[in-house]
Write a new protein. Structure first.
Length: 150
């Protein structure tokens, strides 16, 4: 189990607690909106904003954190992450923000402390890229839909 060290950014609400798994079988730990001024942010339909969590992280080499939408917010309100899954690399030490977009048809208010996204810790494998001829396969260069409709 990797150890993710977390640091609060000065001026943010530490009472919100660290990211947490809400059930024993959860793959993603919930992230909360953390506004220094505690004031909500309203997203108009189609709008997007960078929402602060008030956190910085030290991710071990060989791992990444993937930021993903919360399914309930997506289904009920159309709230999503336009770059999903977002990736936080192991060598990044800046503030953790979440890009939220309102894909719904009504304004949506993001309140201080609201669970806005989930983060999944995942192993990273880096490849070596080499130039050379490609192996033949039965599929070949067949693109979208080339393996059948069903």
């Amino acid at each position: 189990m990797p150890d993710i060290r977390i640091e609060w950014i000065d001026g943010f609400d530490v009472e919100l607690g660290l990211p947490s798994y809400e059930t024993g079988g959860a793959a993603g730990a919930d992230l909360r909106a953390n506004f220094q001024d505690r004031q909500p942010v309203t997203l108009a339909p189609g709008a997007r904003a960078l929402i602060s969590t008030g956190l910085r992280m030290d991710i071990p080499q060989g791992f990444e954190i993937q930021i993903r939408p919360r399914s309930g917010l997506a289904l009920k309100h159309g709230l999503t992450l336009p770059n999903s899954p977002g990736t936080i690399d192991s060598d990044y030490r800046g503030p953790l923000g979440v890009i939220l977009q309102n894909g719904g048809d009504a304004p949506f208010e993001i309140t201080h402390g609201m669970r806005i996204a989930q983060m999944v810790v995942a192993p990273v494998v880096q490849a070596r890229f080499t130039l050379g001829p490609l192996d033949d396969t039965a599929r070949g260069s067949g693109g979208f839909g080339s393996t059948g409709v069903t």
